[in-house]
Write a protein that binds this ligand. Structure first.
Ligand SMILES: *[C@@H]1O[C@H](CO)[C@@H](O)[C@H](O)[C@H]1NC(C)=O
Ligand SMILES: *[C@@H]1O[C@H](CO)[C@@H](O)[C@H](O)[C@H]1NC(C)=O
Length: 407
């Protein structure tokens, strides 16, 4: 944690104007988040209320300054998580990263032959990021949930279900978070797309099928998810609560990878049960929240959660007070077929308030950086045509850059 603070301060002294502006935005956002981070000495800190009042004037103009330094492709690129197939990152991906047009890269099983191999890859990716005009470390993401959903060999080996039904669930959730953090750090991965906070309804349903839900009791999920997040983030690896507002009601056949999924529980059920674990996750300072691709008619009858401004803006940011980074599930999901090309889906997600767009296919062997490029270009076009507001884009980029500096 201390090392991260040193890096942020060192960056401020660099003479490059763009970098200074970016660093100021990052510091402003870190201060606003009030997430327990040690206050950088140069930030104008007062009470949290005083900081909030400063947003409109001081921090607002800093954001404009930062955006002036980013090209439209770099501004759009701060939303893009790229993917690829194979053991070596393709030249086109390294070029996008060197150009400052990438926020991060997600790793799947086809990318990974072992810890040493993938650590060499993550170092190569970070070298490309260090050579870009946007001098922030890259986000490198994977799904290290536990049980059968683990991309890297090693901890955590217990599934969420086994943790939830163990003799010492809290202790096991903490050990899983620590184990996941250690495994990912050893490979240079700085974001884990877990914990799963879905509250399963029926044994063997979509999320319980592989033991991915801690419990059918929301209080248990809430406690164990919080324990995992705290333990893992202590090691400097960001956690991602998913799949907001909850996939626990999906039946075994209701898989958003394959087709449209409509979850019709009442607003009372959604808020009282499915969303309950997120309050603790937000209080624990979870860095990211991933939205689901199911449609929840009680919240928004027309759009899947990840394309819905109501779900992201009103429910997650407004009602639950989440200030961190929002991320979509994979843009290639079958449930998004009615929304057109990957580019169009990505632009819709950005309009709805998704900070990061996960540009991968449902079949990881088909992953290609071209998907990320298509979404980046669609967001550039949306900015140009004013389908996407400049200020909203700058705010998203600032949240992402803050996370990149301090995952
Ligand atoms: C859920 O778990 C909490 C805390 O462990 C417990 O107090 C409560 O009785 C449980 N609810 C049900 C329906 O089992
Ligand atoms: C949700 O839809 C299913 C059919 O897909 C139906 O059986 C169930 O009664 C509905 N539940 C609610 C709460 O409307």
């Amino acid at each position: 944690m201390f090392a991260h603070g040193l890096r942020a301060r060192a960056q401020i002294r660099r003479p490059h104007a763009v970098l200074s502006a970016l660093a100021l935005v990052v510091l402003a956002i870190l201060a606003l988040r009030g997430n327990g981070a040690p206050a950088p000495v140069t930030a104008p800190l007062g009470s949290r209320a005083a900081i909030s009042h400063g947003v409109g004037a001081a921090a607002g103009s800093r954001r404009v300054g930062a955006a002036a330094g980013l090209t439209p492709a770099q501004l759009a690129g701060q939303r893009i998580i790229y993917s690829y197939a194979g053991l070596r990152p393709p030249g086109s991906l390294l070029a996008a990263i060197r150009g400052g047009e990438a926020a991060g890269v997600i790793l799947f099983a086809p990318n990974i032959a072992g810890i040493a191999q993938i650590h060499a890859v993550t170092r190569e990716l970070q070298r490309a990021a260090a050579a870009s005009p946007v001098k922030a470390p890259l986000l490198i993401l994977t799904d290290q949930e536990g049980g059968v959903v683990r991309r890297l060999p090693g901890a955590p080996t217990l599934s969420e279900r086994r943790i939830g039904t163990s003799a010492d669930p809290g202790g096991q959730a903490t050990r899983a978070g620590t184990g996941a953090g250690q495994t990912l750090r050893s490979a240079g991965v700085n974001v884990n797309l877990t914990p799963v906070l879905d509250v399963f309804r029926h044994a063997g349903n979509f999320i319980d099928r592989y033991g991915r839900s801690y419990s059918s009791n929301a209080s248990t999920v809430r406690a164990l998810g919080g324990d995992f997040i705290t333990a893992q983030q202590r090691l400097g690896v960001a956690a991602t609560a998913k799949h907001f507002p909850g996939l626990g009601a999906a039946t075994r056949a209701q898989n958003t990878d394959l087709g449209l999924v409509r979850l019709n529980q009442s607003l009372t059920q959604l808020r009282g049960n499915d969303e309950a674990p997120y309050r603790r996750a937000v209080a624990a300072g979870v860095k990211l929240v991933m939205t689901s691709w199911a449609v929840y008619p009680a919240l928004d009858p027309r759009r899947p959660a990840g394309l819905s401004a109501t779900v992201i803006g009103r429910e997650l940011r407004g009602r639950l007070g989440f200030r961190g980074v929002t991320i979509t599930d994979a843009i290639g999901a079958g449930s998004l077929a009615p929304f057109g090309s990957f580019g169009r889906r990505g632009a819709l997600a950005a309009q709805a308030g998704a900070d990061l767009i996960l540009c991968s296919e449902t079949n990881p062997y088909a992953n290609t950086p071209a998907d990320g490029v298509a979404v980046r270009d669609a967001i550039v076009a949306a900015l140009r045509d004013r389908q996407l507001g400049q200020l909203a884009a700058q705010r998203s980029a600032a949240r992402v850059l803050a996370l990149r500096q301090r995952p």
